[in-house]
Structure formats: structure tokens, C-alpha cells
Design a protein around this ligand. Structure first.
Ligand code: NDX
Length: 255
């Protein structure tokens, strides 16, 4: 496999277009899984959350890992390239092999699972293909301010995301499916603390890679889970009369 000129900008533009489609579809109405499902747990047409998240997220880990393994001769230099590819795989290792096995979420709709899996194949290919076959970085990229500041943002975002996922999980006892008011960590300031962390993480990755595919993915993430954080916030305000009034939807103190 080689780097085909034009393929990366074309796939990145399509990802940007999908982000806008996502925004137009889900700005007013949230995507129908989790607390925004209209009806509670009809078992048909759904897969247990553990299975669903594992299946859906697996391609985001597997596709770049396969591309890396298939590359001949193996690409080991420069160090910046290796590290950036590892960051992407590291996040999806967590999301595929750790997150699903602890989730206490409701069964996930098969239809969304299908589209989610297609999306993860597409994005895993785009990010992996670019980093493994196309990206060119100078040997001292690891000391570049874009790499170091992006890496810091990525780690900060990932920390917030994992911690917030943990706080959400602890709200339920095993077998429970009810919703409670999230407390602690960044939930003190925003309803979508896990989403805020994920968005910071992917913008950090985009800065560290300084690449079109990564900026397109960060934009997609913003358009996908930004509106969802807003819908979560409205849901909490409607459901809990004692919901903290000073809490914002997504960005602490701002929105
Ligand atoms: N999966 C990313 N679009 C998505 C699945 C849906 O990783 O066709 C994008 C991802 C996909 C989406 C994916 C892509 C676009 C799709 C969309 C479906 C339609 C859409 C395919 C792939 C589409 C077009 C047309 C453009 C092609 O019961 P429960 O499940 O609600 O329980 C929840 C629990 N919880 C609570 N428990 C007690 N009390 C409370 N108050 C609670 N509040 C929540 O916590 C869950 O078990 C858990 C987390 O829930 P929630 O709702 O906060 O997060 P969730 O949305 O489930 O995301 C989980 C994590 C989170 O860390 C988030 O940052 C990350 O995954 N994520 C999620 C979505 C996308 C994404 C990251 C990204 O874009 N980077």
C-alpha cells in the first residue's frame, strides 16, 4: 500500500461533511440511545451495552493496528509518527477493551450500532492510513510546541473523559438502569463532563498531529457529542427539580 495523493483530503472532507450532517440531524433531536431512547428496553433490535460498545469501537483499534502491521518495510521513524499512532490506538484500546466491560448502560440499538461500526472502520482507516503511510514529520517533531501542547491537551482530555466515565458508572448498582444526578469531578461544572474531556482530547490530538484528518475527526466529535451534552443538560433540568442551576451543559462557566 502507498500514500495516494488526494485520498486523505477527500476522506477528510467527507468526514467534515458527515460532521455537518450529524449536526443538522441531532441538534434539535438527540441520537436515540441511552437516556434519549423513546421507549425503555425493547429487547428486540438491541444488543447488550457491553457487546455493542466492544463491537462498535473495535475497528478503531484494529484497523490502524492492521495497517501498521501490514506496512512493509515497517515504519519506525520518526519517533513523532510512532507516538502519534500509539496515542490513537491507546484511546481505542481503552474504549474497546476496558470501557465496555465495566459499563452499566442500557442495551444499544442495532441500527445505530451498524452506523457506529461503519463510522469507526472509516475513521480508523483514515487516521491510521494518514499516520502510517502519508504523514511526514521532521525528526525533532517531539520537541515542537504543537506536538508538546497537543500531547498535554490529549492527556488532560483523556484523564477527564476516563474519570467522568467512572463517576457515571458509579451512579448505578449492578443491574440498575435508573438515572441520577452526576456529582464530583468536572460534573460539578458541566452536565457533559465525559464529552468535554473527549472533545479536548481529540483537539489535542489534532494539534499534536497538525493534520487534516485529525482536525476533521475533532470537528466530528464536537458535532456529535456537543449537541448530545446539550440534550443531556436539558434532560437533567427537566427531570430533576434539584438539579444544580449553576451547572453548564458542556464548557465550564461558558455554555
Ligand atoms: N460512539 C462516537 N450519524 C458513537 C455511538 C453512536 O464512540 O448515524 C461516535 C462513539 C454513533 C456515533 C459514535 C457516530 C455517529 C452515529 C452515532 C449513532 C448515529 C450516528 C453513527 C460512533 C449517525 C451519521 C448520520 C452522521 C452517520 O443507560 P445509559 O446507556 O444511558 O447509561 C449511561 C450512563 N449514564 C448514567 N447512569 C446513571 N445516571 C446518569 N445520569 C447517567 N448518565 C449516563 O453512563 C452510559 O452507560 C454511560 C455514558 O453515557 P453517556 O450518554 O454520557 O455517554 P455515551 O454517549 O454513551 O458515550 C460513552 C463514551 C463517552 O465517554 C463519550 O465521550 C464517548 O463514548 N463517545 C461517544 C460517542 C462518540 C464519541 C465518543 C466521539 O465522537 N469521539
Amino acid at each position: 500500500m502507498h500514500c495516494l495523493p488526494g485520498l486523505v483530503p477527500a476522506l477528510s472532507s467527507l468526514l467534515g461533511a458527515l460532521a455537518l450532517l450529524q449536526l443538522s440531524l441531532y441538534l434539535r433531536v438527540p441520537s436515540r440511545y441511552g437516556k434519549h431512547e423513546e421507549r425503555l428496553c425493547r429487547p428486540r433490535g438491541r444488543l447488550p451495552a457491553r457487546c455493542a460498545w466492544f463491537v462498535q469501537e473495535l475497528p478503531s483499534f484494529l484497523v490502524p493496528a492492521l495497517l501498521l502491521a501490514l506496512r512493509s518495510p515497517p515504519r519506525l521513524e520518526p519517533l513523532g509518527c510512532r507516538l502519534l499512532c500509539c496515542l490513537f490506538c491507546w484511546h481505542y484500546f481503552y474504549r474497546t477493551f476496558i470501557y465496555p466491560f465495566f459499563t452499566r448502560g442500557r442495551p444499544f440499538p442495532l441500527q445505530l450500532l451498524f452506523f457506529g461500526t461503519l463510522f469507526c472502520i472509516y475513521n480508523g482507516f483514515l487516521q491510521g492510513y494518514y499516520l502510517i503511510y502519508c504523514a511526514e514529520y521532521p525528526n525533532d517533531w517531539c520537541t515542537d510546541i504543537r506536538f508538546t501542547s497537543g500531547l498535554l491537551l490529549f492527556l488532560l482530555g483523556m484523564g477527564i473523559n476516563i474519570h467522568s466515565d467512572l463517576l457515571l458508572r458509579q451512579l448505578r448498582k449492578p443491574g440498575e438502569v435508573i438515572y441520577k444526578i452526576p456529582q464530583g469531578g468536572l460534573f460539578t461544572y458541566v452536565s457533559g463532563a465525559n464529552y468535554f474531556g473527549e472533545i479536548v482530547e481529540w483537539f489535542g490530538f489534532a494539534i499534536a498531529t497538525w493534520s487534516l484528518p485529525a482536525f476533521a475527526f475533532a470537528f466530528f466529535t464536537l458535532c456529535c457529542i456537543g449537541p448530545r451534552a446539550y440534550h443531556h443538560h436539558r434532560y437533567y433540568l427537566k427531570t430533576f427539580t434539584d438539579y444544580p442551576k449553576s451547572r453548564k451543559a458542556l464548557i465550564p462557566f461558558v455554555f
